[in-house]
Design a protein around this ligand. Structure first.
Ligand code: CA
Length: 238
């Protein structure tokens, strides 16, 4: 079915958000990154960036040094302060070859930088390296929300002082919810974020695992945290 093919394609693709106010540079980056197989979102300013991120969490962000309504380093700092966006790899784009500025960019929390005019070969290599690193490495050992504490190393969930063992899918699903509470996610978005790439799954898979997760939470009266939002999907909320 056309729908399934589209979903399967979207699961193998990484999304890069390009935050750049100069349309010609944005278009050039979009064109060449799409040719490399990435899905590319564009944003001209802070507002468009926030909107794009709440629609879909990108796998990597290219951040211009100076935007009309904010500075790149300032936005990087903000992204690093929120759990939902903290781990997204960020590459700073700077026209300034000045070393001080680059250092300031990296100080703000960017993972890497490239100078304009952008060498696509070098940019591609950096993107690939950061995406590989992001997949292999998760700096968080535990996440807390309400009465829940999720230990990622031991793959255990504690509610108050009770320990609960989780299967790997339930763990990933709960981790995703706990990292992004109060947001509504569609089944397709959950598939994309939790099941990741190279999967060919029906959206009902999500419902099955939500059901399992609620069952695991129920004895501790925490199943209500996963809310069904009619016609939209699911939300994690107190
Ligand atoms: Ca600019």
């Amino acid at each position: 079915m056309a729908n399934k093919t589209k979903l399967a394609d979207s699961l193998t693709q990484k999304t890069i958000l390009c935050v750049e106010d100069e349309a010609s540079i944005r278009d050039m980056l979009r064109f060449s990154l799409e040719r490399e197989g990435y899905r590319v979102e564009g944003a001209e300013n802070r507002l468009e960036m926030s909107e794009s991120i709440s629609r879909q969490r990108p796998d990597l962000i290219l951040m211009d040094w100076m935007l009309p309504d904010a500075s790149g380093p300032q936005l990087v700092k903000e992204l690093r302060s929120e759990s939902y966006t903290r781990d997204i790899p960020i590459i700073m784009l700077t026209a300034k070859a000045d070393e001080q500025d680059m250092i300031k960019g990296l100080d703000s929390g960017a993972d890497d930088y490239v100078t304009k005019p952008v060498s696509l070969k070098s940019l591609n290599a950096r993107i690939k390296a950061l995406l590989r690193r992001a997949e292999a490495f998760n700096p968080d050992d535990s996440i807390s929300y309400d009465r829940l504490n999720l230990n990622l190393a031991s793959q255990t969930l504690s509610i108050d002082d009770m320990q609960i063992s989780l299967g790997s899918t339930e763990l990933k699903l709960l981790k995703f919810f706990m990292q992004s509470p109060e947001r509504i996610f569609s089944r397709a978005q959950l598939l994309d974020h939790v099941w990741g790439q190279n999967n060919y799954l029906d959206e009902r898979t999500v419902d099955v695992h939500i059901l399992r997760l609620r069952k695991l939470l129920k004895p501790n009266a925490a199943d209500h945290l996963i809310k069904t939002v009619r016609g939209s999907g699911y939300k994690f909320s107190v």
